[in-house]
Design a protein around this ligand. Structure first.
Ligand code: AMP
Length: 112
């Protein structure tokens, strides 16, 4: 999508701190980290949020979770949180599906 922030990051139009990239997804450090480790993993295809996941695009989501497992292992991160906000009330600020990966500090439950 031409006016999507994360589509522009994926294309390189907006710079980012890349963590990982393959044909399906792109991972980059969050610009406002909420934990010592905080990166985002996004599908290269524009999907608005988890609410738009269906049989036609769910393989990309499964792939992203494989990538999260691989990257965290490589980083030596054993305990972490994966978060995806859906909609404004839940705190979604960028309407392109993304999974936050947070680690490196104690976390509380329930989340705020
Ligand atoms: P959410 O609020 O769940 O939609 O998450 C969006 C995330 O994108 C926030 O944690 C922001 O800090 C992050 N973010 C916004 N702009 C950028 C950017 N240019 N580079 C990296 N992360 C960004």
């Amino acid at each position: 999508m031409s006016d999507c922030l994360f589509c522009k990051i994926i294309s390189g139009e907006i710079p980012s701190s890349k963590v990982y990239e393959d044909d399906v997804c792109y991972a980059f450090n969050d610009i406002a980290p909420q934990a010592p480790t905080h990166f985002l993993v996004v599908p290269k295809t524009h999907i608005g949020s988890v609410a738009e996941v269906d049989g036609g695009n769910s393989a990309a989501v499964a792939h992203i979770f494989e990538v999260i497992a691989k990257l965290t292992k490589e980083m030596g991160v054993e305990s972490y949180r994966v978060v995806s906000n859906i909609g404004e009330q839940a705190g979604q600020s960028v309407p392109h599906l993304h999974f936050h990966v947070l680690a490196g500090r104690d976390m509380t439950w329930p989340p705020g």
